[in-house]
Write a protein of this length. Structure first.
Length: 149
């Protein structure tokens, strides 16, 4: 297992610290995702890319999720998980993106439920924050159990 340190503090075997670091990395990834979602949604809506708001929401969600997933993977390798300890790099990246694709499916489903006027009709940004919080649990548990040690 590779040594995990921050500011000289070794937390390699401290599971609570790893969860804290995951939440810290995940929090910064969520902020990035939310910012990108707002930007993409605003641009898609301003340029009337899709005729329905729900389509703009789902497209913006997909694009923001993809960029933030890559960011999250890179930082988690440095601060949280022991990259390459269970699988070679190619398999590991493939599994991360598989788990993330399932997370994206959850994210899209939740965004549709939360923003559809006939269901909950929540504002898109509030819906994005709620969906992100729910999908974070899936992401951590699946990475911890199936991908990294």
């Amino acid at each position: 297992m590779k040594k995990k340190q921050i500011f000289g503090f070794d937390y390699t075997n401290n599971e609570y610290m790893k969860i804290f670091m995951y939440l810290l990395v995940g929090g910064s990834a969520a902020l990035l995702e939310w910012g990108l979602f707002y930007l993409f949604f605003s641009c898609l809506t301003a340029y009337s890319v899709f005729s329905l708001q729900t389509q703009n929401v789902l497209a913006a969600t997909t694009m923001a999720f993809a960029v933030s997933t890559l960011y999250h993977y890179l930082l988690c390798n440095v601060f949280v998980f022991d990259s390459g300890s269970r699988y070679d790099r190619g398999a590991e990246v493939s599994l991360v993106f598989l788990v993330s694709a399932i997370g994206l499916g959850w994210n899209l489903l939740l965004m549709w439920i939360f923003t559809s006027p006939s269901i909950l009709g929540l504002p898109p940004m509030l819906a994005k924050i709620m969906a992100s919080a729910i999908v974070t649990v899936w992401n951590y548990l699946s990475r911890k159990k199936w991908i990294f040690k």
